[in-house]
Design a protein around this ligand. Structure first.
Ligand code: PHE
Length: 341
């Protein structure tokens, strides 16, 4: 009996098998337990021999069970440790980090430079009403300038005869919204997305502008020119001359298109040197009708405004030839220009 059980204990492959052996020997109906119970039916002499023998057997089996149990637990732990080994020599899995898009980066650069000149940031909606995008900017409904803007119109509900809302064609409506809300004096820029139905190497239907607006009692074109030269020199990291060309916008009078000094050589533009000029923005003194539309008295207040293409100056700063690539989300392109993850 002893040898049989000791052999079974040794052979038990796991804790469940071991428990089975224990039950069949020492469980309530186990073989050893039954023999213990039978002791009562023996003669005292027989009991004196069989009793201690059975007790010894029980102790021996109990000890063997415990030993085998410990051995099984150790083996299980060894197996687990072996399975869970971390191979610290494996190369790390490469994780690409997100980076900031060139347009976002340039927007931040522009915002920081204008902040240092005392300009706060103003915002307006990209879906704009006809009034803010056009009328309030001195472009009444029949005005020819409207037609030149390649405007995207929102559809209207049937029976709605109000002028349709538009995707804003420029950031200038933010001039009106800001003045309406905060009045004069003011010094703000308004960077953001604008939309025009146009597509080629230098035009995409969505692009980015930054509007500038500075209103005070004696703000002049001289302040405009100084501000822009400060801005461009800081942005391009070198002194940049500007050239003002007389122009026309309905919302400024007088108006000027502004060029920055640059040099073209083998297909590359270098800003801040040479004697070529590149147009980068429209500007002027805010038209009295615009101030009036925004609730500001033009007899008391005057100032300048400008609108600049953010993508355009980003292309110049980082030597990017095709505007469309900005919006293709091609990681190879982003990496090539040092922006990719
Ligand atoms: N809104 C004009 C444009 O998009 C630019 C501009 C802004 C011109 C402010 C003058 C003053 O072309």
């Amino acid at each position: 009996l002893r040898d049989r059980y000791l052999a079974r204990i040794e052979a038990a492959a796991d804790e469940a098998a071991l428990e089975e052996v224990r039950l069949s020997a020492l469980g309530k109906k186990g073989e050893v337990s039954l023999k213990m119970r039978e002791l009562g039916g023996l003669s005292p002499e027989e009991r004196q021999v069989a009793g201690p023998a059975l007790n010894a057997l029980k102790d021996q089996l109990t000890a063997a069970l415990a030993a085998r149990k410990t051995a099984l637990e150790d083996a299980a732990l060894d197996a687990r440790l072996a399975a869970e080994t971390v191979d610290v020599t494996l190369p790390a899995r490469h994780r690409r980090r997100g980076t900031i898009h060139p347009v976002s980066q340039v927007t931040e650069e522009v915002t920081a430079i204008f902040a240092s000149l005392g300009f706060a940031v103003a915002e307006g909606p990209q879906i704009e009403s006809d009034w803010y995008n056009f009328d309030a900017l001195n472009m009444p409904s029949h005005h020819s300038a409207r037609a030149e803007m390649d405007t995207f119109y929102m559809s209207r509900a049937e029976g709605d005869n109000r002028p349709p809302a538009v995707l804003r064609t420029h950031t200038s409506p933010v001039q009106i919204r800001h003045l309406e809300a905060h009045g004069a004096p003011c010094r703000v820029i308004a960077p953001g997305r604008v939309y025009r139905a146009d597509y080629d190497q230098t035009h995409t239907p969505m692009f980015h502008q930054v509007e500038g607006l500075c209103i005070g009692r004696d703000i002049s074109m001289a302040h405009l020119k100084w501000t822009l030269e400060q801005f461009f020199s800081a942005f391009f990291g070198t002194e940049v001359k500007t050239r003002f060309r007389a122009s026309h916008f309905p919302f400024t009078e007088p108006s000027a298109e502004v060029d920055i000094q640059c040099e073209w050589s083998d297909g590359q533009v270098r800003v801040g040197q040479g004697d070529d000029w590149l147009e980068v923005l429209g500007s002027g003194m805010v038209h009295p009708n615009v101030l009036r539309a925004a609730g500001v008295d033009p007899d008391e207040w005057q100032g300048f405004a400008f609108g600049m293409g953010i993508d355009r100056i980003a292309m110049l700063k980082y030597g990017i030839p095709d505007l469309r690539a900005f919006f293709d989300s091609d990681l190879r392109w982003l990496r090539h220009y040092g922006f990719g993850p």
